[in-house]
Ligand binder design. Structure first.
Ligand SMILES: CC(C)(COP(=O)(O)OP(=O)(O)OC[C@H]1O[C@@H](n2cnc3c(N)ncnc32)[C@H](O)[C@@H]1OP(=O)(O)O)[C@@H](O)C(=O)NCCC(=O)NCCS
Length: 242
C-alpha cells in the first residue's frame, strides 16, 4: 500500500463474486483471449496444466467482474502491482482483491477503501494449535485454548482468514506479520479487528465481513472503513447507482 490514507468515515459497500475456476476447454480458450501479455507469461510458467488453467480462469473472470462494474471491456482493464505483488487498477476507479482456493476464487470490490480477502478450506491438518502458537498473538491463543476441538478448528480458520485478509488489504501479504493484527475468533462474537500495529492505523479504521456461502470453506473480507456491508442485486452499492 502506497502510504497511509485517512480512513473512510462511511459504510463501505462491497461487491462480492464467487468464481468457479474449472471450465471447459472452450471456456479456457475464451479466458486466455482476455489476458494481458504479462499474465500470459505468468500462466506459461505454471508446470501443472490444472494450476495454469485455474490462474487463467481467475484472472479472466476478475477482469470480467471489474469490466462489468467499470463498463469497460475485460481485456482493456490495465492492472498494476504494489511492492509485494498486490494487483490494483492502474487507472483507479475501484479497489479490489482476490483469493483462490482450489477450484474457487472470491473477488471483493469496493469503491474507495483498501480491501483484502482470504479463503481457506477447514481441515484438521496441520494441527491448528501449533500453527496458532507460531502465528497468532498470545491473546488469540488464549481465546482458542478453552474451546474443544470441534470449535477450536473453525475458530482457528476464522482467525487465519481474518488476519490474512487484513494483511492483503494493506498490500503487504504474510510478510507483514500475522502477529501485527489481532482479531476476534468466537463463533458468536462480531467479526472485528481488536488491535493492529500502528503502521496500519487503528483497529476502529477496519471492518471484517465473514463470508461463508461455500461448504467447507471459510472466507473473510477486510476493508478500511468503520462499517461495511455486502451489496447485492436488491441493494446495489451507491457507487453503481446511476
Ligand atoms: C498475498 C499472499 C498473502 C497470498 O497468499 P495465498 O494464500 O497463497 O493466496 P490467495 O489465494 O489468498 O491470494 C492470491 C491473490 O492475492 C492477490 N495478491 C498477490 N499479492 C498480494 C499482496 N501482496 N497483497 C494483497 N493481495 C495480493 C493476487 O490477486 C493473487 O492472485 P493471483 O495469484 O491469481 O495473482 C502471499 O502470496 C504473500 O504473502 N505474498 C507477498 C509476497 C511478497 O512479499 N513478495 C515481495 C516480493 S515481490
Amino acid at each position: 500500500m502506497a502510504g497511509r490514507r485517512t480512513a473512510s468515515t462511511t459504510c463501505a459497500q462491497i461487491v462480492l463474486r464467487w468464481l468457479s475456476l474449472d471450465g471447459s476447454p472452450e471456456d479456457v480458450a475464451r479466458w486466455v483471449s482476455l489476458l494481458s501479455p504479462d499474465e500470459l507469461e505468468r500462466a506459461r510458467r505454471y508446470r501443472s496444466s490444472r494450476d495454469r488453467d485455474r490462474f487463467v480462469a481467475a484472472r479472466a473472470q476478475l477482469r470480467l467482474v471489474l469490466g462489468s462494474l467499470l463498463d469497460t471491456a475485460a481485456s482493456e482493464i490495465a492492472l498494476a502491482y504494489g511492492p509485494s505483488g498486490k494487483p490494483f487498477l492502474a487507472d483507479g476507479g475501484l479497489e479490489f482483491n482476490l483469493a483462490r482456493r482450489g477450484a474457487v476464487a472470491l473477488v471483493a470490490v469496493t469503491r474507495n477503501e483498501h480491501i483484502g480477502c482470504d479463503v481457506e478450506r477447514v481441515r484438521r491438518e496441520p494441527p491448528v494449535d501449533g500453527v496458532a502458537e507460531q502465528f497468532f498473538t498470545s491473546d488469540e491463543v488464549q481465546q482458542m485454548r478453552p474451546l474443544d476441538e470441534s470449535a477450536r478448528v473453525p475458530a482457528f480458520f476464522r482467525g487465519w482468514t481474518r488476519k490474512e485478509a487484513f494483511l492483503k488489504a494493506n498490500g503487504v501479504g504474510l510478510a507483514g506479520g500475522m502477529g501485527s493484527v489481532e482479531v476476534t475468533l468466537g463463533e458468536h462474537e462480531p467479526a472485528a479487528v481488536i488491535w493492529c500495529a500502528p503502521r496500519f492505523g487503528t483497529a476502529a479504521d477496519w471492518s471484517i465481513v465473514d463470508v461463508t456461502q461455500v461448504p467447507d470453506l471459510v472466507a473473510a473480507v477486510v476493508v478500511e472503513a468503520p462499517r461495511a456491508e455486502v451489496a447485492d442485486a436488491a441493494r446495489p452499492p451507491w457507487w453503481l447507482q446511476p
